[in-house]
Ligand binder design. Structure first.
Ligand code: FAD
Length: 111
């Protein structure tokens, strides 16, 4: 499977990275998530206080994650759940993303 951008982890960082890549012209994007849901740790953060900066309203972690997941669906960004990355073979990668996109477009995702 060859993809222009593969994002490991569908937590907030991975979702935001995918959306940012799309907004900057990338289309061949795939998110790999080991759990059977997107959103990462935000799904455990049931207190509110999220979303003030980005969405201008107070949201719980799951509500905040859902906003990003909705954007992923709206943009048609592909993702695979129940898919854990076990190894990365650097010899089969083309230039890393940080060499092709300006630094501000590269975000950290899963460990
Ligand atoms: C109890 C608690 C309360 C918090 N409260 C706040 C708060 O009030 N405000 C705030 O700003 N932050 C809060 N945080 C922190 C916030 O949740 C994290 O900063 C945020 O979730 C980090 O996002 P992330 O995408 O980097 O990582 P994560 O949310 O950890 O997402 C990483 C994703 O990658 C996936 N993954 C990992 N390894 C692999 C692999 N090998 N293959 C495929 N998928 C993989 C994981 O399943 C996960 O979905 C809280 C955290 C906790 C635990």
């Amino acid at each position: 499977m060859k993809r222009a951008i593969v994002i490991i982890g569908g937590g907030p960082a991975g979702l935001a990275a995918a959306i940012s890549a799309y907004q900057n012209g990338a289309r061949d994007i795939l998110i790999l998530e080991r759990e059977n849901y997107l959103g990462g740790i935000l799904n455990q953060c049931i207190h509110n206080g999220f979303g003030l900066h980005t969405f201008k309203e107070e949201l719980t972690g799951p509500e905040y994650a859902a906003r990003y997941v909705d954007q992923i669906h709206a943009l048609g960004i592909e993702y695979k759940l129940n898919t854990m990355v076990l190894d990365i073979d650097a010899s089969r990668m083309r230039r890393p993303a940080f060499q092709r996109f300006p630094r501000e477009h590269v975000q950290a995702g899963a460990p």
